[in-house]
Design a protein around this ligand. Sequence first.
Ligand code: ZN
Length: 355
Amino acid sequence: MNLTCGGKSTLSNQSMNFGKWILSSSIAIAATLALASCGPGASDAGDGAAGEASAERPFKVVSTVGMITDVVRNLVGEHAEVEGLIGEGVDPHLYKPTRGDLVKLREADIIFYNGLLLEGQLTDALEAQAAAGKPVRAVTELIVENPDYLLTEDGESQLADPHVWMDVGGWMKGVPVIAEALADFDPENATDYAANAAAYLEKLERLDAYAERVIATIPENQRVLVTAHDAFRYLGRAYGIEVRGIQGISTESEAGVRDLERLVDFIVENEIPAVFAESSVADKNVRALVEGARARGHEVAIGGELFSDAMGEPGTYEGTYIGMIDHNVTTIARALGGSAEGFRAEKESVTNPAQ
Ligand code: ZN
């Protein structure tokens, strides 16, 4: 039994039982260390799609959210075609797969998803592919091995917060998962994947340091981030800013009038200067906060639109993971009274000897 490629146990355990998932994940890693291989040559499943990849035919990788798609693109180079299912501005919590998505999943050689129930409505489709013997990997599989890292929703639900990409240091743990899955499938190019992963991780390390530095420029009493839904708690913990979301960690449950009133109280009492909209969530609740505060004599601005669960448009800087995080932390720092020159600007000044 090849646990490295048999994604079935992986997926169902993570979705349904946290404890079991952690156990199964350790077994999967042990299997990997024992040189289990599910590359093109090793597959005996008789599945044509998984069995015929070679250097002549780029293989196909399908991922769910853009934050994963972009990391995969940085790692595969020319060796694979990468397709993301959930586009910019689209909320993954509510996303239902289309018929076309199901075809793409079926034709994929490797599938990556976030896990922690972020893509709740895709679970059945992902499980079906894993059951067929395809590598279906949660990029959070190393993160969940350390339960202390995971944040859970306040209150009774105890669901793990899936928004781990908001902490660059946490998201970096997904990179080796992707690199390993690519190398398992296509061992011939394993050194490329390892080199690309190392180069990308080096950039992420600098991005992480930038985020920490600019959030720290916000005056301490204004270091509060109010957003449309609770997507920023890992960012808050990593970089030292208190976060308050109008909706919880999933947009599936609506915010109540009392939740809104409580947040208005908080904003007025703490003289919060700005709140933030999100590109993948309707901004009616954020506007209600602004109006509620105004009715009580406190002007709070909308400090900008953040990318929470989806990135910016494809082909733009904000349409990359690095650009998305740069945009977020730079926008937050500036709107709350800090200063931030932008990670891109920082990079340019580092690489440009004239400056
Ligand atoms: Zn979310």
